[in-house]
Design a protein around this ligand. Structure first.
Ligand code: ZN
Length: 331
């Protein structure tokens, strides 16, 4: 059956590890799967859930034709529960988490495991987390909870301490490039460039292509160049960026600045990750000192964090301030 999910190849060793634990009856009842956004953690969790539910798996592969595989392929296996916020970017409500209790404490309908995926695990307030704690402590036998997060710092310590952690890192560049080439029409150099812009996260790189973010990216780099060349003021550029996703843009800005810092410390432009802005970054690195850049990096990081935590009162004003500092890096 073709529509069962398969985790990305760079998760193969993790899947094998979990299968081995399961075969030895040592599978923990709660896993906290963490790692940066865009590397495929959710698909890894889902494919392992399907494997665990399959009635005749072979090693790390589902059979694709048992009753469980059929139900999974149709997306309605009664023993798989995926808990997500009702709206993307919102919190998991305490009632949603309580609803999970009924599932966990009932008997598995297909007689095997009950699997829960909570994504993202950082989208819980104290009340939701408390509702989950008891289930994490005593989930009952043959139950696996998989919690997923890209924001480990925002997962409550009480949740963290009750799970076994699986750290997911960015895949090898060559593996990620090969995958991206297979999924798109890119040549190797373009695939490498787009992967680097997206911090090595392959799924993020593919989403970048699919959402045509190249245009936004070009506008972003043009804005920074125009400020340095005094073709536009920081305020004008901040206005032009008004509709952009600031979390994304400040992530790019931070990455560009770290390139400048690296380049100016190493005196070598081969360390650049943002090759699409290479000329500008090189020019800035030659004319500024790393301390100025590190200070600006700290501010960009703080602003981005405030946006992620939704603590930012006036995004536009903050962006103008950051761009004014950017205008001053060459002075
Ligand atoms: Zn099966």
């Amino acid at each position: 059956m073709s529509n069962l999910v398969n985790a990305y190849p760079w998760f193969a060793d993790k899947t094998e590890h979990l299968v081995a634990l399961h075969n030895q009856d040592r599978l923990p009842h709660a896993l906290l799967i963490h790692g940066m956004h865009g590397i495929g953690k959710a698909l890894f969790a889902k494919s392992f859930a399907q494997l665990l539910l399959c009635q005749s798996p072979t090693g790390s592969a589902t059979c694709g034709c048992c009753k469980a595989c059929e139900l999974n392929a149709a997306g309605n296996h009664p023993d798989l529960f995926i808990l997500e916020p009702e709206e993307a970017g919102k919190q998991l409500k305490v009632d949603q988490v309580r609803g999970l209790g009924e599932f966990i404490y009932s008997t598995a309908q297909q007689g095997g495991y009950r699997v829960v995926i909570i994504d993202p695990a950082d989208a819980m307030n104290i009340a939701s987390a408390n509702a989950l704690l008891k289930m994490l402590e005593e989930p009952g036998s043959d139950t696996l909870l998989m919690l997923i997060t890209a924001k480990m710092g925002q997962v409550l310590p009480t949740i963290k301490s009750r799970c076994q952690h699986i750290e997911c890192t960015v895949p090898d560049e060559s593996e990620a490039i090969n995958w991206l080439i297979t999924e798109s029409d890119l040549d190797e150099a373009s695939a490498r460039g787009i992967l680097q812009i997206n911090r090595g996260a392959p799924k993020e790189a593919l989403a970048y292509l699919e959402r045509n973010q190249g245009e936004v990216r070009a506008q972003f780099i043009r804005g920074l160049t125009d400020i340095l060349k005094q073709r536009r003021s920081p305020i004008e550029v901040a206005q032009a960026w008004q509709k952009m996703d600031l979390e994304l843009v400040l992530g790019w800005f931070y990455s560009l600045l770290s390139d400048v810092a690296r380049c100016s410390l190493c005196r070598n432009d081969s360390v650049l990750r943002n090759s699409d802005a290479g000329n500008m970054l090189n020019a800035v690195a030659k004319k500024t000192d790393p301390v100025t850049i590190f200070k600006l990096m700290d501010k960009v990081h703080e602003e981005r964090r405030a946006i992620v935590l939704r603590q930012n009162p006036n995004k536009q004003l903050q962006l103008e301030c950051l761009l004014m500092e950017w205008a001053a890096v060459l002075n």
